[in-house]
Design a protein around this ligand. Structure first.
Ligand code: GLU
Length: 306
């Protein structure tokens, strides 16, 4: 089966060194196997979107020399496909409306206790806005991650029935990612280990919807001096569009690849030719996280560890 990979940023801010790792890792896994690499904008959460971020992300990826196959898919245009998937789950009896608040679930211990599975408990509850949840009962989920090893997850016990459409009408990430990965024919998902936690839920949904489960590679995420994941929320500095090579070399080093010194002066095309030819997944550290690597122009974002 021909390889299809993807990079799926959410336009909630600009790309930073942490996002670059997922972009580089997914790109090289695809290109080193003559595969296709898709770009998908996960813009399903307008309240969290930052105006202009989607275009800025695309501009940065271009400036860094990434070349995606086919048109960019915007999840904001995919409501009909997500609703169709919900209809199928509903017809099969897996979906139910739920009026519980986040606080009620936290108070119940964080795992959804199944309160509304057989209908909201009373009429007052029924008047509240409803989310749609999917039942999570079923066999435990086993999966193998090419870097992080084997997992065996009881979704019902660890998460419970989870939300696929929120009470405010927005589709949940878990639903959108599963429908699009399947409909786009993605054969391998390469992303940060912060999403490892979502994988069992996604496999559960794939099974309910009759989709094939892709292979998984969860890369180590970049952490700062205090051990926090580099993210928009921690104000990670955006990547500079005018000087991609230092960041790309640092990303390769972070991913455990031996970067020849002369790469620091390489033209973008030469850098990618070298990177695609020499990419070795087996050299990527089998860790959930690792400190960043300082490089020109991003010292503030990724301080060297003392
Ligand atoms: N849109 C998600 C993010 O930016 C990534 C989704 C995925 O790779 O599955 O964190």
């Amino acid at each position: 089966m021909p390889y299809i990979g993807r990079f799926a940023p959410s336009p909630t801010g600009l790309l930073h060194f942490g996002s670059l790792i997922a972009a580089v890792g997914s790109y090289l896994q695809a290109r080193s196997q003559n595969g296709r690499w898709l770009l998908r904008m996960e813009d399903i959460d307008p309240p969290r979107a930052q105006p202009g971020a989607a275009d800025a992300i695309i501009a940065t990826l271009r400036a860094y020399g990434f070349e995606w196959d086919g048109p960019i898919r915007y999840q904001s245009t995919r409501g009909a496909a997500y609703d169709a998937a919900l209809d199928r789950l509903r017809a099969d009896g897996w979906l139910f409306p739920c009026s519980c608040s986040r606080r009620e679930i936290t108070e119940a211990g964080g795992v959804y206790p199944g309160t509304c599975r057989n209908g909201p408990p009373d009429m007052v509850e029924a008047a509240r806005p409803m989310a749609l949840r999917v039942r999570s009962d079923g066999p435990r989920i086993h999966f193998h991650d090419a870097l992080q090893g084997d997992f065996d997850v009881d979704v019902a016990a660890t998460v419970g029935d989870f939300v696929l459409k929120r009470a405010d009408g927005l589709f949940a990430y878990q639903l959108a990612v599963v429908v699009d990965d399947a409909e786009q024919g993605v054969t391998e998902v390469v992303r940060g280990s912060d999403l490892l936690d979502s994988t069992a839920r996604q496999i559960h949904l794939q099974r309910l919807l009759g989709y094939r489960t892709p292979d998984y590679v969860h890369l180590p995420v970049v952490i700062d001096q205090d051990g926090y994941k580099l993210s928009k929320q921690t104000y990670a500095a955006p990547l500079r569009d005018d000087d991609p090579i230092p960041a790309l070399c640092a990303a390769m080093a972070f991913l455990g690849q031996a970067v020849p010194e002369e790469m620091a002066f390489a033209a973008l095309g030469d850098f990618w030719a070298w990177a695609i030819r020499n990419w070795r997944l087996v050299d990527v550290p089998r860790r959930l996280s690792a400190p960043g690597i300082a490089f020109n122009g991003l010292r503030d974002a990724v301080p060297p560890l003392s």
